[in-house]
Design a protein around this ligand. Structure first.
Ligand SMILES: *Cc1c(COP(=O)(O)O)cnc(C)c1O
Length: 321
């Protein structure tokens, strides 16, 4: 197992004695996707972050944040989350032997993520209100000093997440023509901008948000007020928006064309590329942030259901037409 911290320690603000809390995160596949790339008119690579230990890129930041919290003597961790941060915080806290307190917005978290977080032994509290309200509650409790906040406001999260950029450049042997990622709270956009700056690059970074933040079906980017908005706007990233219909179409297309099942928010970047014509022929890396099994209810609504048949070869052959 390669721990992300061991691979990149010299580029992280950790000391040689920081304990490593790792589940084998990072070093994720960079998949060349010529079939989908042809449809989109670009030389397409996907950074498949779904293969992180809890199924999303959040693990990159969580290994660094929880390792640092442990070194600092924290007795517990807390976060507010639309889902993947909670799964990741619960997993790394368990690995570190620390209790995790998770605040989720009432009714707004995808089923797979909630079950994963519960199974990982975290104390889960459903807050009456939206994500912004849950985050405010987590911040205020953390200020009392009893719990280390492991939301992306924690700078160690951003530090860990920037390593995705290092991996992509290392694997391609050079920078691509553009990076594309989804934009929820904006922590990952900041992380990519930092990774690019530390690599001495000015490669365009496209950060794609929902045009209907409070209501989008892509729950991981369903954030009304992005906490990192000022820094995202100052980072030089190109911020663009897509509709839910575009996200669903891109999400199903990725699964059909390349055999990759991600969660809807992860397809925001591909949704953007479907209508973008000025990137034609460019080598583009789109980060796929989380796994499709995280949100089975959405898949159930949009993927074709099975058809019932008798166990008879003629009936099966007829149904296969
Ligand atoms: C957290 C998350 C996002 C949004 O990232 P931000 O850093 O909040 O902008 C997008 N997709 C998935 C799957 C996520 O878990």
């Amino acid at each position: 197992m390669t721990a992300l911290i061991d691979r990149f320690r010299s580029r992280l603000p950790l000391s040689a004695s920081t304990p490593v809390v790792s589940l084998g995160e990072g070093s994720t596949p960079l998949l060349h996707c010529p079939r989908l790339g042809k449809l989109l008119g670009v030389d397409l690579y996907l950074k498949w972050e779904a293969s992180n230990p809890t199924g999303s890129y959040k693990d990159r930041g969580m290994t660094v944040a929880v390792s640092h919290a442990l070194e600092s003597g924290a007795r517990a961790v807390i976060c507010a989350s639309t889902g993947n941060t909670s799964s990741s915080a619960a997993a790394y806290a368990a690995r570190a032997g620390l209790p995790a307190l998770i605040l989720i917005p009432e009714g707004a978290i995808a089923g797979g993520k909630l079950i994963q977080t519960r199974a990982l032994g975290a104390r889960v509290l459903e807050v009456r209100g939206n994500f912004d309200a849950a985050l405010a509650g987590a911040r205020e409790l953390a200020e009392r000093g009893t719990h280390a906040l492991v939301n992306s406001l924690n700078p160690y999260r951003i530090e860990g997440q920037k390593t995705a950029v290092f991996e992509i450049i290392e694997e391609l042997g050079e920078a691509p023509d553009a990076f594309v990622i989804p934009y929820g709270g904006g922590g990952n956009t900041r992380a990519y901008a930092k990774g690019l700056a530390e690599s001495g690059l000015t490669t365009p970074l496209y950060s794609i948000e929902s045009n209907d933040r409070p209501n989008t079906l892509a729950s991981a980017i369903k954030i009304q007020t992005p906490v990192h908005r000022p820094q995202v706007e100052a980072s030089g990233a190109h911020i663009l928006s897509v509709t839910d219909d575009e996200i669903v179409a891109a999400w199903l297309e990725l699964a059909r064309e390349e055999g990759l099942f991600c969660e809807p928010s992860s397809a925001a970047g591909l949704a953007f590329l479907r209508r973008r014509t000025d990137l034609q022929g460019a080598r583009v890396v789109v980060t796929i942030t989380g796994h499709g099994l995280k949100d089975p209810d959405i898949a159930n609504r949009h993927a074709p259901p099975p058809m019932k048949v008798d166990a008879d070869p003629d009936a099966i052959a007829a149904a296969a037409q």
